[in-house]
Design a protein around this ligand. Structure first.
Ligand code: KIV
Ligand code: ZN
Length: 501
């Protein structure tokens, strides 16, 4: 098996995404998580860019122990010495230097000839090697550069001591077959290429960055540059989660390769980067988008419930997502509807299910998202027309600052009054315990929410609660101007769902 080195540039190229800048403290938070994720190299910043970036790279270099820490530099002595100084405390320091090699950049950006640029790169790599043992060199805009010039540059960079040669598709212009032949040609035409690791750095301007990175791996690249959530300059960089999960999922193609990434940390890392950069992950983003493991169509939901692999090529647990979701909407079928109700602790017979399902379809035609509360109301409205088992006759509580609350509750079942009394930690708790004594159910209060549904002193309070019983969760709702009565009603409402089972 061959290792694919994961070079994460979220904190450098990712941070170059417009409006994504991070404070030193936030960069440290991301770096710690990247190390936990298992990235081999963290490109922590561009030290010459600002004193803050120097400090961030330097602090990360002091703190991170497992991943190598890299600083970016142009082929300018100050850039190189600052980058080397910033990463010096790292256990594995690396300096990454770059210089454009395409005619477009030489002519319009530098106004310099190839030979001059060649000389600048050579001097820079030589200087960098004096300050840092591990040097990576990138001929920027490689995919739009003349092949012959890249071969010469790469050969020179390796002989000057660069251990990694990165091939950037700087403007996301290339496509998979072209990247494959570029890497193959470099391997065949650079005499000392076996002394270096070939890396790939793809941008996503045409939406091809992941495909291009994978193609480079198949052609012989052994290091991939990527960012979390694919953030980066303009349309972004190849996303780490996509590259890593593609190789993990397509074992038939990438079975000879492995990465160090602990994929179960992917989702957590994605959330952290999204939160700190304020970059919302699009819902349809591969691997980490909200919909990546969500199914709405009835046909898909039915098949997923029968066998996951019908419509899921990855297990959500593998990327740290708790479970896939069956989203209820107008395309959903009866199977998913029943399944969701079951998860809510509502078990219906066939007749009740048919009735509720028809109502659900009507609601779904008008409402985009059907939440659990909508389902509860549908079921309550349509199905629970049968008489409740337990009806509240009345209750009394004795409570105050100096006495332990005591509740007495009377419920009616089949015309018969049943009395229960209990003390409790508070008046509500005492009432609940008294009700438990009457019903005999062994339940655990999982959730209790009180909200005012109207305003003013005589506001109507509504209690929504959840009771756990034998692995199912039953919800109950009650409203009253007396909040204890609202709680008692909600508790009895839930108990009645058990009584109906
Ligand atoms: O896209 C690019 O070319 C870069 C270089 C600095 C490697 O980010
Ligand atoms: Zn880039």
């Amino acid at each position: 098996m061959e290792k694919i080195i994961i070079f994460d540039t979220t904190l450098r190229d990712g941070e170059q995404a417009p409006h994504a800048s991070l404070t030193s403290f936030q960069k440290m938070e991301v770096a710690i998580q990247l190390e936990k994720l298992g990235v081999d190299i963290i490109e922590a910043g561009f030290p010459v860019a600002s004193p803050g970036d120097f400090e961030a790279v330097n602090e990360i270099s002091k703190r991170v122990k497992k991943s190598a820490v890299c600083g970016l530099a142009r082929c300018i002595p100050l850039d190189i010495t600052l980058a080397a100084k910033a990463v010096k405390p790292a256990k594995h320091p690396r300096v990454h230097i770059f210089l454009a090699t395409s005619k477009i950049h030489l002519q319009y950006k530098f106004k310099k000839a190839e030979e001059e640029v060649f000389g600048i790169a050579k001097a820079a790599i030589r200087l960098a090697r004096k300050h840092c043992a591990d040097i990576e060199f990138s001929p920027e805009d490689a995919t739009r550069s003349e092949r012959g010039f890249i071969y010469r540059m790469v050969e020179m960079a390796i002989s000057e001591g660069a251990a990694t040669i990165n091939i950037p598709d700087t403007v996301g212009y290339s496509y998979p077959q072209e990247i494959h032949s570029l890497i193959t040609d470099i391997r065949n035409n650079v005499s000392n290429i076996n002394k270096a690791v070939i890396a790939i750095h793809c941008h996503d301007d045409l939406g091809l960055s992941t495909a291009n990175s994978l193609s480079a791996v198949l052609a012989g690249a052994r290091q991939v540059h990527c960012t979390i959530n694919g953030i980066g300059e303009r349309a972004g960089n190849a996303s780490l989660e996509e590259v890593v999960m593609a190789m993990k999922t397509r074992k038939d193609v990438f079975g000879n390769f492995y990465t160090n990434i602990n994929t179960k940390e992917i989702y957590r890392t994605s959330r952290l980067v999204s939160k700190l950069t304020n970059f919302v992950v699009p819902p349809n983003k591969a691997i980490v988008g909200k919909n990546a493991f969500a199914h709405e169509s009835g046909i898909h939901q039915d098949a997923i419930l029968k066998k996951r692999i019908t419509y899921e090529i990855m297990n959500p647990h593998d990327v740290g997502i708790a479970d896939s979701q069956l989203i209820l909407g107008k395309h959903s079928g009866r199977h998913a509807f029943r399944d969701r109700l079951k998860a809510l602790g509502v078990i219906l017979n066939e007749k009740q299910l048919n009735k509720a399902f028809l109502r659900f379809k009507e609601v779904a035609d008008k409402k985009k998202d059907i939440f659990d509360d909508d389902l509860r109301i549908i079921v309550e409205d349509e199905v629970r027309t049968s008489k409740p088992v337990w009806v509240l006759d009345g209750f009394e509580i004795n409570s105050g600052t100096r006495i332990k609350p005591l509740a007495q509750v009377v419920l009616v079942k089949a015309g018969k009054k049943i009395f229960g009394a209990s003390s409790g930690d508070g008046p509500v708790d005492a009432c609940f315990k008294a009700i438990d004594k009457i019903t005999g159910y062994k339940v655990k209060l999982e959730d209790f929410r009180l909200e005012a549904v109207t305003s003013g002193k005589d506001a109507l309070g509504q209690v929504n609660l959840k009771l756990k019983v034998k692995g199912s969760v039953i919800s109950g709702r009650g409203a009253s101007t007396d909040i204890i009565e609202a709680a008692v009603k909600a508790y009895i409402d839930a108990a009645n769902k058990l009584g109906n089972k």
